[in-house]
Ligand binder design. Structure first.
Ligand code: ADP
Length: 483
């Protein structure tokens, strides 16, 4: 949807239920004109929000937190339908409330403007003014619809920006109860809007905002980055991963197998930071594979009983086809399936935890993002080989090392081309937020969303340079002074 697109009324988007596979929900995305009006309204309200100060913004977000609590049952219920997960829906809700608390605690300190004196010219004093981007656009994916809509929006709001969020068209149900909670806090409703839509709504949003936070695939991330370049605005991109885990000879095999299983198959593997490649030292390989396979076979799916089992269906049905095709490609090239391996179609599509061995880097399952509960396992001979294998490929989101000691693990972690490495665990970047991290290689671009930069990247720095002495006079630059 470009500026040249005629303003036809947008068609309703039908949404499948991930559990039944049936279309059972629909919504109408905003037209380009309506989105433009929303952006204009947010932009007009932002200066007052910025100037009201951080204590006011904290007070408003605290009231929003209370409103979210009042609507918890409806938000979590809708999110559980969007994602076909109940426990994780509660987790997303709790994590979003936790993010409000954490950023409200940290923001006053992060917004304190530094000042100092010039080393070169001591009569010049300086002060930094922090100038928030007026309007931040957030484009979020379907795998963690609530968390990934607000992981960037909350610090941006506290920084003094207005925010326009476009959640994924695959998981829009949570937005209606969420909007009610926003509307109950009028000061917030003036500077925060949430409008689900498909790719064209995302594309229409980009020219309307001053910075884009995007979480999604590399393919779409590239399109978004190109559109941002044309609009001459920054793009903060959090894209896919193909996270490796290295299990060393000294690791506790039982614990390693349990950890790899959890960090690979949790949320049906539909997390960017899921482990997707397993490299195990040859001395423990046979034992590890046996334990991993046994544990994988013991995991239950949430079918037929939605209230039991650890593995839900694929949220986006077509992802099941992608994963099944990767397994077929691997098997055609010589891999063996030791557990799982077959997508089960019960309307929605489930895949039990899948263990693959005899895999190589010629197989898609070792190079392409899987986004499913699949654990391809390869053995290695020495640490150099493990590091080389783990650093293979185009992604550099995160990684893990499981070793007999943290010291041994850290020595390996320091050699990995990834923005975050979990030691003696996996996928820890999904649960802790204090430590800054970048995305390496094709996994992303732009400032860290973790740690202090998660807020400060929304502030442009203006230098206020104050002459306290006599300004230099032009005659001080007369060439004759050298004579
Ligand atoms: P996934 O959600 O599977 O990671 P995408 O990367 O395609 O898939 O989508 C992430 C988000 O980007 C979604 O909100 C989607 O609607 C949006 N999107 C898709 N195409 C575009 C586009 N051309 N411009 C902006 N946003 C887009």
């Amino acid at each position: 949807m470009s500026a040249a697109t005629p303003l036809a009324p947008p068609a309703p988007i039908r949404v499948r239920n991930p559990r039944t596979g049936e279309f059972d929900y629909e919504f109408t995305p905003p037209s380009a004109a309506a989105l433009g009006e929303i952006a204009g309204r947010l932009r007009a309200a932002q200066p007052a929000w910025r100037d009201a100060g951080i204590e006011h913004r904290i007070e408003v977000l605290s009231r929003w937190k209370a409103a979210l609590e009042r609507h918890k049952a409806d938000i979590v219920g809708a999110l559980a339908t969007d994602t076909a997960r109940r426990l994780i829906a509660f987790g997303e809700f709790g994590s979003t409330l936790g993010a409000i608390d954490r950023w409200c605690r940290e923001a006053p300190q992060l917004l304190r403007e530094p000042e100092g004196t010039s080393g070169a010219v001591p009569s010049i004093r300086w002060r930094n003014q922090y100038v928030p981007y007026p309007l931040v656009g957030v484009i979020s994916p379907w795998n963690f619809p609530l968390v990934l809509s607000f992981i960037d929006a909350i610090p941006a709001l506290l920084a003094g920006c207005a925010v326009l969020v476009k959640p994924s068209e695959v998981t829009p149900r949570f937005v209606t109860p969420l909007k009610r909670a926003i509307e109950e806090v009028p000061e917030l409703a003036r500077v925060l809007a949430v409008e689900p839509g498909a790719g064209e709504t995302g594309a229409a949003l980009i020219p309307l905002v001053d910075v884009v936070c995007f979480t999604g695939s590399v393919k779409t991330g590239r399109i978004v980055a190109e559109a941002c370049a044309r609009a001459f605005i920054p793009a903060f991109l959090e894209l896919g991963g193909k996270d490796p885990v290295i299990v060393t000879a000294s690791a506790d095999v039982e614990r390693a197998a349990e950890t790899v299983l959890r960090a690979s198959v949790l949320a049906t593997g539909q997390a960017c930071q899921s482990l997707e490649r397993v490299y195990v030292h040859e001395s423990i390989y046979t034992d590890f594979v046996a334990r991993l396979s046994e544990k994988a076979r013991a995991v239950g799916i949430t079918w037929p009983d939605a209230n039991r089992g650890e593995i839900g269906p694929f949220i986006w049905g077509r992802q099941a086809e992608v994963v099944q095709a990767q397994i077929a490609d691997a098997v055609a090239k010589g891999a063996r399936v030791l557990a799982g391996g077959e997508v089960e179609d019960h309307g929605g599509k489930w895949l039990r935890p899948t263990v693959l061995v005899d895999v190589t880097h010629e197989m898609d399952v070792m190079t392409e993002e899987t986004f499913g509960p699949v654990m391809p396992v390869m053995k290695y001979r020495d640490v150099d080989e493990a590091v080389r294998l783990a650093n293979f490929g185009v992604y550099g989101l995160s990684a893990a090392v499981i070793a007999g000691s943290l010291e041994e693990g850290e020595a390996i972690a320091r050699r990995l081309d990834a923005g975050g490495v979990s030691l003696n665990d996996g996928a820890l970047t999904g649960v802790m937020h204090e430590c800054e991290k970048h995305s390496f290689k094709l996994s992303g671009m732009g400032g860290s969303r973790m740690g202090s930069a998660g807020l400060t990247r929304f502030l442009r720095r203006k230098a206020l340079l104050m002459q306290t002495g006599a300004p230099a006079a032009i005659r001080q630059f007369d060439e004759a002074l050298l004579n």
